[in-house]
Design a protein around this ligand. Structure first.
Ligand code: ADP
Ligand code: F6P
Length: 479
């Protein structure tokens, strides 16, 4: 599937964010940095391989830069004004849909002006995609910020094939029913030819809603709408296993992992958390379990250290600001109660890291803590497994992540129950090396078989872009 920039692109991804964020330090020149989150980690290798175009926002309010090419991708920035950021991104996307789709972990707010902005911005994204797509192109729309785009795009460009993939959970019917203008949201998604979800239950919820709210007659994994067939199915997303594997094999990364361990206190066992600072990730519950283990004397500051990396995220939203305050208070409390001079039980890093440093952390860890209260998939869990070529290290994993369905050899826990998180951590710390190897071996087999390439090929083949991926791979392989 090659591209012809003159007539547009044959493969177009549309997502709220571009894979890079525009960063300006003071008056200095601007630069581009990889943008946060699992969506970008997963999709970047696919778009690069397909030499496609990516329609999205730069992460900064104001005018959008002109389209440009980077890293084998054509990027088409969509402008968001400060008001759009406020109402569409921070409001309707992240303070209404995000909490509601994550089982009301926080209370959603419903506002008419947010919904209006959401619709207007979705239309802008649809127009940009319509401009960039070649005749009969494949356009793949992503995530909860753009639920209305498939129908809007179909209106503008009935010739293109439209796929949609939801990276986060799709809520149970009773929760979806709470959304104002819920029919429009469903109709928006039904503009696609294929709607993909992280799990089978999500696809079923969606199809049931088409019956309940739109009186359609879904059958098996499909539903007829206006003489078209829309398929809804699960496609659990994965990671670029080869990229992580390559970094994990790099002697410099391995050296950095050894250095991290030495700096953290030689033979202390290392517990690790790596997340966006988001209330869905169960960071507070994890910190509480760790605190209680220290308080109960089950672990001690001499033997165990916790490193929690938290990427700054959505920092202007009140619920995220409050979360940050609570997390930082909890870290301070544990360090105050159980720390020694020069030796803290928790190292909290409110920072973003490069890929190599993240992989060094994964290699250095004895126990990886992935404890979301709800998560569509969780790529960090899969990255940790991909990094552990030594088949050592334990994964404590919340049952409420999509990843738990595939990585069931992890130490599975109920993240809503602090005692169960404590149990999982202790089991992981006390497990025999043979047991860890057996578990890690199984999990590595799983992610190697279903990596990001498999995921994309699977989705695109069902969408009817059969053979395109292989053709592209062959093309890429040529000198
Ligand atoms: P989400 O999509 O909700 O952010 P995921 O776990 O699915 O959660 O994906 C997170 C992605 O962001 C992973 O690829 C992970 O490596 C990356 N990431 C998480 N924390 C950091 C960090 N502190 N620095 C750099 N990348 C990070
Ligand atoms: O994967 C979920 C997701 O919300 C993506 O859609 C998003 O790009 C990423 O996490 C990071 O969030 P944000 O773009 O709001 O920083």
């Amino acid at each position: 599937m090659g591209t012809d920039a003159g007539d547009g692109y044959e493969f177009v991804v549309v997502a709220n964010r571009l894979p890079v964020d525009e960063v300006t330090d003071g008056d200095g020149p601007h630069r581009w940095e990889r943008s946060p989150g699992g969506l970008v980690s997963a999709l970047q290798p696919v778009v690069r391989q397909m030499r496609g175009a990516w329609v999205g926002w730069t992460g900064s309010a104001g005018e959008a830069p002109d389209p440009f090419d980077i890293d084998g991708m054509h990027l088409r920035p969509v402008p968001l004004s400060a008001e759009d950021v406020d109402l569409y991104y921070e409001g309707q996307s992240n303070a209404t849909i995000w909490p509601l789709f994550h089982d009301l972990v926080e209370q959603p707010t419903h506002r008419r002006d947010w919904r209006r902005a959401y619709e207007a911005v979705n239309r802008r994204f649809a127009r940009a995609a319509a401009e960039v797509a070649a005749p009969n192109a494949t356009v793949w729309v992503h995530d909860y910020q753009l639920l209305l785009v498939p129908a809007m795009l179909r209106e503008l460009r009935p010739d293109v094939r439209i796929g949609f993939f939801l990276h986060i959970p799709f809520p149970p019917v009773e929760l979806f029913m709470q959304l104002p203008r819920r029919r429009e949201l469903l109709q928006g998604l039904l503009g696609a030819d294929l709607v993909g979800f992280q799990g089978a239950l999500a696809a079923q919820n969606f199809l049931r809603l088409t019956r309940l709210l739109l009186e359609l007659g879904p059958k098996d994994d499909r539903v007829e709408v206006d003489g078209r067939t829309v398929v809804a199915r699960a496609f659990p997303i994965s990671i670029d296993v080869a990229e992580v594997d390559q970094l994990a094999a790099d002697p410099a990364v391995q050296q950095r992992a050894r250095q991290l361990r030495t700096e953290l206190g030689g033979d202390r066992r290392l517990l690790l958390g790596v997340d966006r600072l988001d209330y869905t990730k169960g960071i507070e519950q994890r910190l509480e379990a760790h605190h209680d283990l220290l308080a109960d004397g089950e672990i001690s500051n001499d033997d165990v250290v916790l490193v929690q990396v938290a990427t700054p995220s959505r920092q202007r939203i009140a619920q995220y600001q409050q979360l940050r305050e609570r997390v930082e208070r909890a870290v301070g409390r544990t360090n105050g109660e159980f720390g020694d001079v020069g030796r803290a039980p928790v190292h909290y890093l409110f920072q973003s890291f490069g890929r190599a440093e993240l992989v060094a952390l994964y290699l250095a860890a004895d126990v990886m803590l992935v404890t979301p209260l709800r998560d569509g998939m969780n790529l960090v869990a899969k990255e940790f497994v991909a990094a552990r070529r030594d088949e050592q290290g334990a994964l404590v994993l919340s049952e409420f992540t999509g990843a738990a369905a595939e990585l069931d050899d992890a130490f599975l826990i109920n993240a809503h129950d602090t005692d169960d998180i404590k149990r999982g951590i202790l089991e992981a710390l006390n497990a025999e090396s043979r047991d860890l190897t057996a578990r890690m071996h199984q999990m590595r087999e799983q992610i190697r078989a279903y990596d990001i390439d498999y995921w994309a090929r699977d989705f695109l083949e069902v969408l009817g872009v059969s053979g395109a991926h292989e053709a592209e791979q062959a093309e890429t392989a040529q000198p």
